[in-house]
Design a protein around this ligand. Structure first.
Ligand code: SAM
Length: 266
């Protein structure tokens, strides 16, 4: 029998066997892999995975569900880490690590950024999320869904929407459609922003007020010299820049410290 779902923990349990089988097929677990499941809940996906990957690691914040999982699977099959995944050190697990899960939708974006902060140790991720969030993750420039989440994650991962999952596949059904996203770290020799923090600041500022021109949105970060160095027209809006263009602009900002201030003062 399913435990009573706790809304504040985003608990919508996958109960449709057809979609469960499709998700397992998408993950395609293999013996010997290092794998972490986020939010195993009552363990529908967990059971399928830990029959193959042993031990499967799982991090679950709900003590009742964590306890039930410990009672159901021996530690040789499943290692349950009880606690908030946002406080969990993925660096403590073996690499290359696969991370999977039907994520709690109320904290899905912080979880994505937390997992992404360990990108160098990841082999891939397969997550179920709100469809609208997956569409933002994979969005192309100059589309309504393209924003900070798209650029920050596309800088680190190749991502694709695998398939959609209707609300009826869950108990209780969520109000929104869901989708499966696959994330693979970009090749280690792929171009990267020189300085991650500058890249993050430029992207955040560009989308903070997305209708503003880059000249206005980045007023305190980038002067005309940075735009010139990056060959980017400052009258464009952030939402029109590709990830590569954001990288170029952030690199120019990182190379020209103080350029914005100097020009404004002059
Ligand atoms: N995997 C199960 C399934 O598909 O039926 C449950 C999915 S449910 C959408 C999300 C799960 O994540 C719940 O079990 C919930 O308790 C757990 N959870 C919520 N917030 C969490 C957090 N911050 N850290 C770890 N687990 C969390």
């Amino acid at each position: 029998m399913l435990p009573r779902p706790k809304k504040r923990l985003g608990q919508h349990f996958l109960t449709d066997r057809h979609y469960l089988a499709r998700i397992v097929a998408e993950i395609a677990p293999r013996a010997g892999e290092a794998m972490l499941e986020i939010g195993p809940g009552p363990g529908a996906l967990t059971e399928a995975l830990c029959g193959i990957v042993q031990p499967l690691h799982a991090v679950e914040v709900d003590p009742e569900l964590a306890e039930a999982l410990r009672g159901r699977f021996p530690p040789s099959a499943l290692v349950v880490h009880e606690g908030d995944v946002l406080q969990f050190d993925l660096g403590a697990l073996p690499a290359p690590l696969r991370v999977v899960g039907n994520l709690p939708y109320n904290v899905s974006t912080p979880i994505l950024f937390h997992v992404a902060s360990h990108v160098a140790r990841l082999s891939d991720c397969v997550f179920m999320l709100q469809r609208e969030v997956v569409e933002r993750m994979v969005a192309e420039p100059d589309t309504p869904a393209y924003g900070r989440l798209s650029v920050m994650l596309q800088e680190q991962f190749e991502m694709s929407l695998a398939f959609r999952v209707p609300p009826g596949a869950f108990t209780p059904p969520p109000k929104v459609e869901s989708a499966i996203v696959r994330m693979r770290p970009r090749a280690t020799n792929a171009p990267r922003a020189r300085d991650e923090r500058t890249f993050a600041s430029v992207v955040a500022a560009a989308f903070f007020q997305r209708r503003k021109t880059l000249r206005n949105a980045l007023r305190t970060l980038a002067g005309e010299a940075a735009f010139r160095a990056a060959s980017i027209d400052p009258s464009r809006r952030g939402e029109t820049l590709s990830v590569a263009e954001f990288r170029r602009l952030a690199d120019a900002v990182a190379c020209l410290p103080g350029a914005a201030l100097t020009e404004r003062a002059g």
